[in-house]
Design a protein around this ligand. Structure first.
Ligand code: SAM
Length: 260
């Protein structure tokens, strides 16, 4: 007996179609983006810190210090570093919270997390390293005093979901911090574009033998929400008093919000 027409309709329902998103300038299925981002960070993990210094002229260290200064984190507090990678923020936080506090380094990518965990141990900090997806954080609600994500949100497939998860695990009064590439001051854009699309992939090719990952970096920055849009996204995730600070003419912005 032929199947009733209604079954055919259900099969072709657009809800069942894979959802698409951006991987740099390309439009790809969501699962494909997650796989490709994973491959990028597996490929760059061992050269990641060197490349950061080369690409930013060391500026990323100052941006990260600024973020930790503005976190208001105190000795004895608990911090979650989401997409923490090679643990730059985690190390700064570990120093601030001291031996009575706790820092959890988390990342979806084992290659990045292993480098980060080893760097923390080498620096004398016994922080916890947890491999997990920022979109499904395996931590209880109302727990951390601060949840941060530095240069990670851009790579996530469902950014709103990740922000909502970060807000969920914060205790009331806790701070949510997003340090991320942003939209640069307009007069600087031509110079910045030339640097990002010509110089960055070239440095990637010479130092890490990987131009493609650094082309993705430049493209993903362009596709990331601007300062005001991200501010609204953080508010929608449940934070209040959200403000942002442009760093280096908006090449990077630090957003900070509070869980009410
Ligand atoms: N936070 C570090 C820093 O500032 O140097 C690392 C940033 S690195 C550019 C981006 C990190 O985001 C990578 O380690 C990557 O594995 C991680 N990442 C990407 N998608 C993620 C996800 N859905 N959940 C958790 N981490 C993710």
């Amino acid at each position: 007996m032929p199947a009733p027409a209604v079954n055919l309709l259900q099969l072709t329902n657009t809800n069942a179609m894979p959802k698409t998103t951006h991987f740099g300038f390309e439009i790809v299925n969501e699962g494909e983006k997650t796989r490709r981002v994973g491959r990028v960070f597996e490929a760059v993990a061992t050269r990641y810190d060197l490349m950061n210094d080369l690409m930013s002229g060391g500026l990323h260290r100052l941006w990260k210090r600024f973020a930790v200064e503005l976190s208001g984190v105190l000795p004895g507090q608990q911090v979650l570093d989401v997409a923490g990678g090679t643990a730059d923020l985690s190390r700064l936080f570990a120093k601030r919270v001291g031996s009575n506090g706790k820092v959890v380094l988390s990342d979806i990518n084992a290659a990045m997390l292993v480098v980060g965990r080893d760097r923390l141990f080498d620096a004398g900090y016994a922080a916890l390293a947890v491999q997990c997806d920022a979109e499904k954080l395996p931590f209880p609600a109302n727990h951390f005093d601060c949840a941060s994500v530095a240069f990670g949100l851009r790579n996530m497939t469902h950014k709103e979901q990740a922000l909502t998860e970060m807000a969920r695990v914060l205790r009331p009064g806790g701070r949510l911090l997003v340090l991320e590439f942003s939209h640069v001051w307009k007069p600087l854009q031509p110079l910045y574009n030339a640097y990002s699309f010509k110089v960055l992939p070239l440095i990637g090719k010479i130092v890490a033998q990987d131009a493609a990952s650094y082309r993705y970096l430049a493209e993903s920055i362009r596709m990331h929400p601007d300062q005001e849009t991200l501010k609204h996204m953080i508010e929608n995730a449940g934070c209040v008093s959200v403000e942002y600070f442009n760093l280096s003419a908006g090449i990077v912005a630090l957003h900070r919000g509070y869980k009410p």
